[in-house]
Write a new protein. Structure first.
Length: 301
């Protein structure tokens, strides 16, 4: 089934709902980075919320970067995304072994840690990018982002994220955010709270084959939710290239480039986001050194 992000309005437009199915996206990330189950669950949750938040951006050139750093064995996770919900990222430790909780649930909180922060950077075309920082509250990621939305964006938002992993791969992955509008009533909010509790985990609803519209009805308690948009397909996508890697190398000091040339005769660079390798040949390194020398000569004039 194709990954998708769908937007809904509930209770006659007084409540906004965004639901995402990201099973294929998370599977790709797991394959690219060779992640263990608990890292897959944690990183998959971060990729999912990043795709949802990116889908809220309006312009094609808008960029989102989210860094989540806890004191657990996973270390730092970083994700970047554009407004098409094309996401990529990496994690410090791709293999972590944490005992499951008693009911068999993967213990994401222990792997991420409870001491740390979420750092969100939104480059939306303004003079300066928006930066929001919020401490972790549980390490389970959904609860941490609910806290982020309240503290940094001043909006009360219910957040649910889930990744169902088995030995064969990702059975289901997805998430949702529910945001009451200013005119939402206390009765609306109470119905939503009751519906969320009754609905259960988003990953299990997806695993049952429920559509996002059915899930939106389930989690809102409103059978008359209105579909607003369903034109975004989140995907794991890295836009790295050899030219980009050469450009990154050109920022190195001339002496360092000369040392690489002397010792190795070439350079091999690996993209952190997709693990693709790029070889910079001896001739290409010599061109970079020559460009540095020409720049030095120009600066002396």
């Amino acid at each position: 089934m194709e990954d998708i992000i769908e937007r809904f309005l509930a209770y006659d437009g007084r409540v906004s709902i965004i639901c995402a199915r990201t099973t294929n996206l998370v599977q790709t990330a797991r394959d690219v980075h060779d992640l263990s189950p608990v890292v897959t669950a944690a990183f998959g949750r971060l990729l999912t919320i990043s795709s949802i938040m990116a889908s809220e951006m309006k312009n094609k050139t808008d960029k989102l970067t989210i860094q989540l750093k806890g004191d657990g064995p996973i270390g730092t996770m970083l994700v970047t995304a554009n407004s098409l919900a094309e996401v990529k990222g990496y994690v410090t430790e791709n293999v972590v072994d944490i005992p499951n909780i008693e009911d068999g649930k993967i213990d994401v909180g222990a792997a991420v840690g409870t001491n740390g922060y979420i750092n969100v950077v939104k480059d939306i075309g303004l003079k300066e990018p928006y930066i929001g920082i919020c401490p972790l509250v549980s390490g389970e990621i959904a609860q941490d982002f609910a806290e982020y939305f309240v503290k940094s964006e001043q909006r009360n938002t219910a957040v649910s994220l889930g990744v169902l992993v088995d030995k064969n791969g990702i059975k289901s992955a997805g998430g949702y955010i529910i945001t009451p509008m200013p005119d939402a009533t206390e009765e609306d909010i109470t119905k939503i709270e009751q519906a969320i509790f009754k609905a259960g985990a988003i990953s299990k609803m997806l695993d049952k084959g429920m559509t996002l519209e059915e899930i939106a009805k389930n989690i809102s308690g409103d059978d008359n939710v209105k579909l607003i948009s369903n034109d975004i397909t989140p995907k794991y996508f890295c836009d790295c290239s050899k030219d980009y890697m050469k450009s990154a190398m050109s920022s190195l000091p001339k002496e360092e480039l000369q040392e690489i040339l002397k010792e190795d005769g070439k350079a091999e660079l690996t993209c952190h986001f997709c693990n693709k390798k790029y070889e910079i040949s001896k001739e290409e390194l010599e061109e970079l050194v020559k460009a540095k020398e020409e720049q030095d000569s120009m600066n002396k004039i």
